[in-house]
Design a protein around this ligand. Structure first.
Ligand code: TXA
Ligand code: MG
Length: 321
């Protein structure tokens, strides 16, 4: 237990890098959500990540790198992977690739798999921290297991304060939803988790891209388990009218349906990018004891709407505990 978690601004990057090299944890901003960072080459640091999140199992983590050259030391890039990385990095896309023969990444970070998920984030503080640390950083979203992902330093403090050494404050996350996880380790490219890069954009480069397995299949990406990203209040999707005590998460051009105790807009102009950026913060803001439930207006199933609906369906799924 760490009694006090430091809140650091950009001028403390060197301190943060030193803490990370010593095997302690620092949460840092990325363009998607805040990450809970630890040295990906240090088994103890990676174990601390699972401990701090209270993860019931060792799900594989995404390893973050400052550039493509660093990524090639960790995993095997074929021609497809090179092309996709050049097009979308830095950015909200994680690539699942075969582990390089001498990959220094902890086996615990990849949960013993012979593949590795890697990404180069598009956030100046994240990139500066990766360069200053000189190690790849394993970083799941900086929330406790099963809860909403954090999109501000304050969110991280509320989730993990007292459990980690420090939080680097880089303002609100611009994309607001986690990276797309694209599996390029097999013959057919497959999206394991929809996220900040829409499948349509990947298909322009790769041709047909398969979707994550049907729910009946064993999840290939453990982050794809049912209840996940959950607020404490119950969530009701495709809402068109109010039930007693409910708050509304509104979207679209038309007026919001009446009768809700409170209304929060994901986007008034029907902009899916804006809605993704606001999603987790809006859910957090409505997740209060005096709210009986959270109703969500329909969100179109295209572009980033696929990732938004994926997160909402998980948040609405029956709870395991
Ligand atoms: O936007 C993001 O990706 C954020 C920020 C902090 O970068 N990170 C994040 O990490 O969401 P995490 O650990 O919460 O999600 C990792 C996802 C999970 O769905 C996991 O199952 C999948 O990536 N994953 C990781 N390694 C994998 C592998 N080798 N094979 C298949 N799936 C993998
Ligand atoms: Mg997460």
């Amino acid at each position: 237990m760490i009694p006090v978690t430091a809140l650091w601004s950009a001028d403390r990057i060197e301190d943060a890098a030193k803490v990370l090299r010593s095997g302690e944890l620092v949460a840092f901003p990325t363009e998607t959500v805040y990450g809970l960072g630890g040295d990906a080459t240090n088994d103890l640091a990676v174990a601390r990540i699972f401990e701090a999140k209270g993860r019931p199992r060792f799900n594989p983590l995404i390893t973050h790198v400052p550039d493509l050259t660093a990524a090639r030391d960790l995993a095997v890039f074929d021609a497809r992977a090179e092309r996709v990385a050049r097009e979308f990095w830095p950015g909200p896309l994680s690539l699942v690739l075969p582990r390089a023969p001498n990959s220094p990444v902890s086996l615990l970070a990849s949960a013993g798999l012979d593949t590795l998920a890697i990404r180069m984030p598009a956030h100046p503080l994240a990139l500066a921290l990766l360069r200053a640390t000189g190690r790849p950083l394993a970083a799941p979203s900086a929330n406790r297991s099963g809860r909403l992902s954090p999109t501000s330093a304050g969110d991280v403090m509320a989730e993990l304060g007292g459990r980690i050494a420090a939080v680097l404050d880089g303002g609100r996350s611009a994309v607001g939803i986690e990276s797309t996880v694209l599996d390029l380790s097999g013959a057919e490219p497959r999206v394991l988790r929809p996220g900040g890069v829409a499948t349509e954009a990947l298909e322009k480069l790769l041709g047909h891209v398969a979707a994550a397995g049907a729910p009946s299949e064993a999840p290939r990406s453990p982050g794809m388990l049912a209840s996940h990203y959950a607020p404490e209040r119950p969530l009701r999707l495709e809402a068109r009218d109010a039930r007693p005590g409910e708050a509304l998460l509104a979207f679209g051009l038309g007026p919001a349906p009446k009768g809700f105790r409170e209304v929060r807009w994901l986007s008034r102009s029907g902009d899916l990018m804006e809605a993704a950026a606001n999603l987790f913060a809006a859910l957090r803001a409505l997740d209060r004891p005096e709210v009986a439930g959270i109703a969500v207006m329909p969100i179109p199933e295209r572009g980033l709407g696929v990732a938004i609906n994926d997160r909402l369906r998980r948040a609405a799924a029956p709870r395991l505990s």
